[in-house]
Design a protein around this ligand. Sequence first.
Ligand SMILES: N[C@@H](CCC(=O)N[C@@H](CSC=O)C(=O)NCC(=O)O)C(=O)O
Length: 299
Amino acid sequence: MKVVKEVFVCGGKLIKLSHKSISTKTSMNVNVYLPKQYYSQDLPRKERIPTVVFLSGLTCTPDNASEKAFWQFQADKYGFAMVFPDTSPRGDEVASDPEGSWDFGHGAGFYVNATQEPYAQHYMMYDYIHKELPQTLDSHFNKDGVAKLDFQDNVAITGHSMGGFGALSGYLRGYSEKRYKSCSAFAPIVNPSKVPWGQKAFKGYLGDERAQWQAYDPCSLIKNVRRTGDDKILIHIGDADPFLEEHLKPELLLEAVKSTSWQGHVQVKKVHGFDHSYYFISTFVPEHAEFHAKNLGLI
Ligand SMILES: N[C@@H](CCC(=O)N[C@@H](CSC=O)C(=O)NCC(=O)O)C(=O)O
């Protein structure tokens, strides 16, 4: 991993990194915020700082959320690190949308492992986000036998829109192995198999076979994942979101959990007047931060 830049922000630092990915066979950018506790001498030697992973939406790079979601204040408040990955592989050698649209291809990897050519060459975002990146960050930051940061065990996941889908999907697929301690989402695409953004992405990356789609779709996954303990999923969505009716459809997730172990444990908070932007996200980041801090054992 190469450190591209370090930026002082709040009480810690945003570290901008790039690295060669085995999964995507490209160079990938990722931003990591290390909270003030990381730099403090007071951190008990045995305690590792947990991580919250934020998966961004269509068109985003790691910088959108780093600059506009204001997670850093919350990371300092509770003592977690933030990981802001990119949304797709990029580069001249990486196929993108044939029509140059922004909802597929570069900036729109949908956090799945593509099986269809030419996308299967590089779009292995599921493996990258949930397997390779945590290991790579662990090796980079926890050198010399001193493990101050926890990228693999005490980790929460959240995301926005396409990234909200990615968070729900990754959480539910990894549920039996407790890959993530906690999951939330901002205006997520909850049922990609049923909406235009998701159908375009799934057809392009996964092909026509619907069984492949169900293996990533939160509305299918949640029916087959038995909830344990006090686990809950927190979702916020604005009622003035221009994508609400066509692409997001949160009611489909509530419908899907009926008569399952998740009924009553998926909280969808529809908030009046809010749109799809980072003004909406940043407003509700404090509530999501507190939710994850509790589940990560920080409060
Ligand atoms: N460029 C598009 C708008 C695309 C858009 O709204 N992207 C959202 C995520 S949408 C779902 O995944 C986003 O987060 N954009 C980045 C930002 O900083 O706001 C258009 O021109 O309409």
